[in-house]
Design a protein around this ligand. Structure first.
Ligand code: 5GP
Ligand code: ZN
Length: 119
């Protein structure tokens, strides 16, 4: 999608600090980390949110479930991580390209997600 921020990151039109890439997925640092490790995992295929799953995209989104722990291990989060998927306005989603937030060392996090905060 030409007007999608994360599609522009996938295309390389906007720079990002990549930590993982394959044919289907990209993972990169959040520009404003809310925890000591804060990675965004996205599918290269544009899917707006969990409310936009259909037969054409559900498998790639399901694949994110196993990709998330791979990324967490890559980031050496061996004692665990938090995955967050904000969905729609009511879920606090700001970028309309589905993404998993992968957060590590969450005891030092500045964002719990409950309630939404500016930081
Ligand atoms: P959402 O609120 O949609 O769940 O999360 C969007 C996330 O994208 C936010 O945590 C925000 O900091 C991050 N973000 C917004 N713009 C950019 C950007 O240009 N580059 C990167 N790496 N992250 C971004
Ligand atoms: Zn997109």
């Amino acid at each position: 999608m030409s007007d999608c921020l994360f599609c522009k990151i996938i295309a390389g039109d906007i720079p990002s600090k990549k930590v993982y890439e394959d044919d289907e997925y990209l993972a990169f640092w959040d520009i404003a980390p809310k925890a000591p490790v804060h990675i965004l995992l996205i599918p290269k295929k544009h899917v707006t949110s969990l409310y936009h799953l259909d037969d054409s995209n559900v498998s790639v989104v399901q694949g994110m479930m196993s990709k998330a722990p791979e990324i967490a291990k890559l980031m050496e989060l061996n004692d665990g991580f938090r995955a967050v998927v904000n969905t729609g306005d009511g879920g606090g989603q700001e970028v309309g390209h589905i993404h998993f937030h992968i957060l590590g060392d969450v005891r030092k996090a500045t964002w719990s997600g409950f309630p939404l905060q500016d930081n």
